[in-house]
Design a protein around this ligand. Sequence first.
Ligand code: IMP
Length: 193
Amino acid sequence: RCQMKLVSATANPHKYKEMKEILSGKINLLPRPDEIPEIVEDASDLKGNALLKAQGIMKATGLPAIADDTGLEVDALNGAPGVHSARYAGPDANGGENIEKLLNELASVPMNERGARFRTIIVILFPDRSIITAEGIVSGKIALTPKGKLGFGYDSVFLPEDVPGKTFGELTNSEKNRISHRGKALQGIIGKL
Ligand code: IMP
């Protein structure tokens, strides 16, 4: 039970590193094998997409798989980009393009109306088809301009409410992990194992 082996479904090296650090000493997290083709994430919610990723990896490896799916929910955009966060600015959009679109959409929105949250759903799928899931949420605001070069995705424009004045892009991995959506979801799922 300690040092259980889980194969990570993420192809994102930043996410893998975060997850590896949070799980260290508890779970032996194996990287996603390179030869597994890309998994289409076309479910209509975060849990559906996490499950699609976990299924793809569990079937390919025969080992328990862990997958997360994350969305950024912005109040002034009625919860968008949400499940569409990865492709917000287009099918092949990168982090910079997604941030640019987000800041444009919010150009006329004042600081006190820029509330947002990251929501992560984590799924562990076992070869016997049993499933464990957990959710993690971090609340904050969308900054007026990007700040900080650490992290990935939307990190440079997210101001978590627990660390006043700093974006996720200005936090080290361990500082971010302590308060982040992914950190909380992983703590939750560890508790259920
Ligand atoms: P996915 O969970 O990999 O599908 O991520 C959805 C989108 O949210 C992508 O654009 C990611 O770059 C972004 N994202 C996921 N996790 C984080 C995070 O911890 N910080 C900032 N952006 C994130």
